[in-house]
Design a protein around this ligand. Structure first.
Ligand SMILES: [Zn+2]
Ligand SMILES: [Zn+2]
Ligand SMILES: [Zn+2]
Length: 257
């Protein structure tokens, strides 16, 4: 069986934990698991390495995880916490452009936000080189032997993507999974899913809702991500049933090989 590895590079919500200026018990916690950079993940298999989202902490995440090359980058959506580290792809794209994929809406947003990357400017100032392509919800793309498929999900009033690669799926920001998308989530070994906090939120799953979705999708194992400072890691350990775990920054997971 082909082995897949997913590394949770970041597991925090949009503002990260600790929140600057916040004195709450989670932000002041000495438990390292309560320090969460903005959410992103790395999937590796068959000698290929793909990044999901370029968080504002991408550089630090890349150093921590020892990322020295990438084969492609996939964006879930254009919110700042999932996109704004894009410039730091510079160091990994000196030699050749990195293929990048997103929905049409997200790709348009990336080009608007990072317009300088696609403009002819002076020589010498190296820029991140991304060969950006949009993928329709019913398309998939092969990165070498790896097939990557978008999983359309609803995030507040936006339609965004989760991504599936082999038996691993990553759905970060979501408040609803459309019925058609469940068919794309069958037979998963690992599901990573966003679970913001216990209190309701208009654009994110609560912990309770994420657990409900996991029950419906029935992956072998599931991990929670995009976590807010309103919940501690220990609280999440207590709130999760067997085979469901809170994510933490740097956590490396492997499918049975
Ligand atoms: Zn987010
Ligand atoms: Zn706090
Ligand atoms: Zn978002």
């Amino acid at each position: 069986m082909i082995q897949y590895q997913i590394t949770l590079l970041g597991t925090g919500t949009s503002i990260g934990i600790p929140v600057p200026g916040c004195r709450c018990r989670v932000c002041r916690s000495k438990d390292r698991r309560n320090r969460r950079s903005r959410s992103s993940a790395l999937i590796e298999s068959s000698g290929k390495r793909i990044l999901i989202d370029t968080s504002p902490e991408f550089r630090l995440q890349a150093l921590a995880a020892g990322i020295d090359s990438l084969d492609a980058v996939f964006w879930t959506h254009g919110h700042a916490d999932h996109l704004h580290g894009l410039d730091d792809l510079r160091a990994l794209t000196w030699k050749k452009p990195l293929p990048g994929y997103a929905s049409k809406e997200t790709a348009d947003e990336i080009v608007t936000r990072f317009d300088y990357l696609w403009k002819n400017t002076q020589r010498g100032g190296a820029k991140a080189k991304v060969d950006l392509k949009s993928l329709a919800p019913d398309e998939s793309i092969d990165i070498g032997p790896l097939k990557v498929i978008p999983i359309p999900v609803i995030h507040g009033n936006q339609s965004v993507y989760g991504w599936r690669c082999g038996p691993v799926a990553y759905i970060t920001d979501a408040s609803e999974i459309p019925e058609e998308s469940y068919a794309l989530l069958e037979d998963l070994k690992i599901l990573v899913v966003g679970a913001l906090r216990f209190k309701a939120h208009s654009t994110h799953f609560t912990v309770e809702r994420a657990l409900k979705e996991i029950k419906k999708i029935r992956p072998e194992r599931a991990y929670l991500t995009h976590i807010s400072h309103e919940v501690s890691h220990r609280q999440l350990v207590r709130a999760t049933p067997s085979a469901v775990y809170p994510g933490r920054d740097g956590l490396r997971l492997r499918t049975p090989g």
